[in-house]
Design a binder for this molecule. Structure first.
Ligand SMILES: [Zn+2]
Length: 197
């Protein structure tokens, strides 16, 4: 993938000059000298970063799963340790970590790499971790119509480190279950034990 940007927010591209202008204004308003050398390129760099970290807005998460049909496999499928990087919608501060998705197909399966693309489409926006978790579960449920889905998301939130309660290194864990995972404690513990291996 070197050199090729996989995700781009086209709104950011269109509004590049305006965004750069406003970043520069914020820097001035917090008391910075925007003419000093280290900051000259900062508004442009921040804008390029926005292009990437907000790339999810241009993607319909329902369309990235790329469903295929497979009548055979109706056992638990887990894709774990999907790394994500998102922005807390309350502070516009990063939070990041890993998402783990398990589901039991009912005829339809998704390409394994497509689950990572689903996570990207949902996390490359302003978000809260709770909504990321339930959106992954809901879209898996809607598009694949599996027997069940379970999603666990782990996140470290910089807004918790840098301000307010200042809790370094604490992790937030959220989970969502749909279908058979709701009713079966055995399924939930099978999923959780496979995450630990
Ligand atoms: Zn926050």
């Amino acid at each position: 993938m070197a050199g090729k940007k996989e995700y781009v927010n086209e709104m950011v591209d269109t509004n590049r000059e305006k965004i750069e202008h406003h970043v520069k204004e914020i820097l001035k308003l917090v008391g910075e000298d925007v003419e000093r050398e280290g900051l000259l390129e900062t508004p442009a760099r921040v804008t390029r970063m926005y292009e990437e970290i907000f790339a999810g807005y241009g993607v319909d998460p329902r369309e990235v799963l790329g469903v295929t049909f497979d009548e055979q496999h109706e056992e638990l499928v887990i894709v774990r340790d999907i790394v994500y990087y998102s922005q807390c919608e309350h502070h516009m501060a990063p939070f990041f970590g890993r998402a783990h998705i398990g589901y039991i197909p009912s005829g339809k399966i998704a390409g394994l790499s497509k689950l990572a693309r689903l996570v990207d489409a949902i996390t490359r926006r302003l978000q809260v971790q709770e909504r990321i978790t339930s959106q992954i579960a809901d879209i898996m449920d809607e598009v694949l119509q599996p027997h069940g889905v379970m999603v666990v998301v782990e996140g470290e939130h910089l807004c918790m480190c840098a301000r307010g309660v200042k809790k370094y290194g604490s992790k937030t864990v959220t989970s969502a279950v749909r279908g058979e995972f709701r009713t079966s404690a055995a399924l939930r513990s099978e999923f959780l034990s496979l995450l630990k291996q």
